[in-house]
Design a protein around this ligand. Sequence first.
Ligand code: UTP
Length: 293
Amino acid sequence: MTAAPRRLRKAVLPVAGLGTRVLPGTKTTPKELLNVVDRPILSYIVEEAREAGIEHIVFVTGRAKQAIEDYFDHQIELEAQLEAKGKTDILQMMNAELAEAGEMSFTRQMQPKGLGHAVWCARDIVGHEPFAVILPDVIVDSQPGALKQLADVYAEVGGNVIGVEQVPETETHKYGIIDPDGDASGARIRMKGMVEKPPRGEAPSTLSISGRYILQPEIFEILATQERGAGGEIQLTDGMARLMRDQTFTAVKYDGVTHDCGDKIGLLRANVALALKRPDLGDAARAAIRDLL
Ligand code: UTP
């Protein structure tokens, strides 16, 4: 009898990038704390992780990112003022997303050498157990959350599980693209390879790796020796492609809409899409957008 997959408890959130695509906003504010409607991108991401059963979040941070650590802690003066003004709704909302004591760890990448390197920096805190990676500038609007959808598949099949979505053929050179092993029409796809930013016309499919992963800890040993790849960065995709020689990888086409908030238009689109869906703001947002158009 095969053993059940080991329980998924930890998630790595790499937040050490420079966010150059949304400068100058990210000069002093971490990209991950930019607002989408009325809360930071990271607030959506941490909610998604907790919904998937994650008990410990490891942030891989860099310089000028201290505000991330503070965001999940008490702000005693502000809380006292809100209390005094009777603004209990917002106070409750803020308290609900605070970290539990010991729930979050922070480690430094020192230099943004690429996503693979950022994940490797979490090796000692994660230890020898499976873990999730969530790109904290990608919001997936879905019910249940994208990581929960992956975690449900992982509980059945084990191994490594990666979230993917369909992209136009003309766009494949911008993403990590998977190479399906046989039929790719279903929601779960066996993989036989993957490639980061394939040259135009050479992509093995139109399924892009979109920022949600469940990985086995052996990836750390591989990342330790991973050389620089596309864009001169140590790529997680290259490390995963090596791990695939020994372990299974399943791609999951999760149900949901992906917003890349690390890009100006993606961030704008996320704001519009999520404001339109909000019961308390949707009508006003629609009226404002109509007015502008
Ligand atoms: P991106 O490439 O989207 O982020 O990486 P970036 O480098 O900040 O953005 P641009 O291209 O300069 O605008 C996806 C996620 O991985 C993190 C980023 O913080 C981002 O959340 N990352 C990336 C790291 O933590 N370290 C790195 O070396 C690279």
